[in-house]
Design a protein around this ligand. Structure first.
Ligand SMILES: [Cu+2]
Length: 470
């Protein structure tokens, strides 16, 4: 595994080698050295040392792909290959990705940059790369069969275009995409503005991540690729809470979040303690008149959204998808609801047959997070993560925004748990509650029923006999 320091050493070496390379014909045709990353840690921003300057983004549990300048062209090398992805400590998946990871590295360029991307295919089948959201020559759009032949296994293709407009983009295959995306092939792309842009603010922290989903049975390692809707692992950059890094900010930082959705459902992304504005979509920066504050933004399938806010409130704030099933880890779907069902009689009978039988979900599912149940290999408890006050009953698409007064600019390390000022934590009330004053004019149905209700009649179920009637 690469440590952060090693990564920077490697990046610096690559940069050095790039600077030393001559611009001869040989150098022109030589492939940029592929750079790999296998650590799931969030890498610090890659500050540009060549090309036009910009303020780099931070990819949650990911990294930015180093490049080289070659006669004014920014050259990247993506390698499509099978990868091992630690989805959270204790669970590793066999995915397909780029340059050692899934999602692949973030590609960062500046508006107007001429970009050349070498794509080497080390997968067992052909692939391609579609540059989602970009304006580019039709033959560079990456739809196999329509714009180009697939990149055969073992071959390298070159894409070349100008990054025409600033914004938030993605890349993914447009070849056998149901399989290749279910296996984790995707990445982020950010085009920074060339000059000061009236609709793009300077920010202190700029985070990006992709929403993705997998269907991996507990005990298995490889995603099921035929799944249409019943995914069981809802992830940010192929990581599950508590494996997702926190988003860290210094108090009063202006923070931008860039999120792209490559799952097959929408995700209402919700922040606590702050309000954000959507400052950009897949179509570019949002006009100022079209911005309004909100705490949840729904990100539909294939969409990208940029949200911005001032991190003015200190604390550890939950930040998550608001579909409650998406904040759970590997789970079964066909579990009946047992809340309120008294199992005592049944349990007695069953334990005669199965001594270890345990009733689940009788009082809600909160017990699940604390229960020490034997788990299959390579899976995570449904809800996990130990907070300062006990178990955080969350998994999946969940992380925290950690705002601190003393977080240094450019420091992305986890500051630990928030220390609440005296008297600012919800507490147990033990006094007497006074009777609330109630309105005497209680609400009534708006209309009277036209017909009197019929006396209760027990329904007689008649079994259907044959299909002759339809
Ligand atoms: Cu969701």
């Amino acid at each position: 595994m690469t440590s952060r320091r090693d990564f920077f050493k490697a990046a610096a070496l690559t940069g050095g080698a790039v600077a030393a390379a001559s611009v001869s014909k040989v150098a022109m045709s030589a492939l940029p050295e592929p750079v790999l990353q296998t650590s799931p840690d969030t890498m610090p921003p890659l500050v540009p040392n060549t090309g036009r300057p910009y303020n780099p983004v931070v990819t949650l549990n990911g990294w930015t792909l180093p490049w080289r300048m070659n006669q004014g062209v920014k050259e990247f090398h993506l390698v499509a290959e099978p990868v091992l992805r630690e989805m959270a400590p204790g669970m590793t998946a066999h995915l397909w990705g780029y340059n050692g990871q899934s999602p692949g590295p973030t590609i960062e360029v500046v508006e107007g940059d001429r970009v050349r991307i070498f794509v080497t295919n080390k997968l067992p089948e052909h692939t391609s790369v579609h540059w989602h959201g970009q304006r580019l020559p039709n033959g560079m759009d990456g739809v196999t069969g329509l714009n180009q032949p697939g990149i055969p296994a073992g071959k390298t293709f070159v894409y070349e275009f100008e990054a025409r407009r600033p914004g938030t983009f993605m890349y993914h295959p447009h070849a056998d995409e149901m399989v290749q995306m279910a296996m984790g092939m995707m990445g982020f792309w950010v085009t920074h503005p060339k000059n000061k842009h009236p609709l793009i603010s300077d920010v202190d922290r700029d985070y990006c991540f992709l929403l993705n989903a997998y269907d991996i049975d507990p005990g298995a390692y490889t995603p099921k690729i035929m799944t249409m809707l019943d995914f069981n692992l809802w992830t940010w950059n192929s990581r599950l809470f508590p494996g997702i890094s926190p988003l860290v900010a210094r108090k009063n930082d202006r923070v931008r979040l860039r999120v792209g959705n490559l799952t097959m459902t929408n995700h209402p992304i919700h922040i606590h303690g702050h309000e954000f504005e959507v400052t950009g979509t897949d179509g570019g920066p949002t006009p100022k008149a079209g911005r309004w504050p909100e705490v949840t933004v729904d990100i539909a399938v294939g969409q990208m959204r940029q949200m911005e806010f001032i991190a003015s409130e200190e604390g550890d704030w939950a930040f998550h998808c608001h579909k409650s099933h998406h904040t759970m880890n590997a789970m079964g779907h066909d579990v009946p609801t047992m809340i309120g069902v008294d199992h005592r009689g049944m349990t007695k009978k069953i334990t005669k047959l199965i001594p270890d039988y345990m009733v689940m979900g009788e009082r809600g599912m909160a017990d699940m997070s604390e229960m020490q149940m034997p788990l299959p290999d390579n899976t995570l408890p449904m809800m996990t993560g130990e907070g300062p006050f006990g178990s955080v009953e969350m998994g999946g698409m969940f992380s925290m925004l950690k705002v601190r007064k003393d977080q240094k600019p450019g420091d992305y390390s986890d500051p630990g748990w928030y220390k609440h000022p005296e008297g600012t934590i919800a507490y147990e009330f033990t006094g007497e509650l006074a009777k609330p004053a109630r309105s005497s004019g209680a609400g009534q149905p708006s209309m009277k029923l036209a017909q009197k209700q019929q006396p209760h009649i027990e329904l007689k179920v008649r079994k259907p006999t044959g299909h002759a009637g339809h």
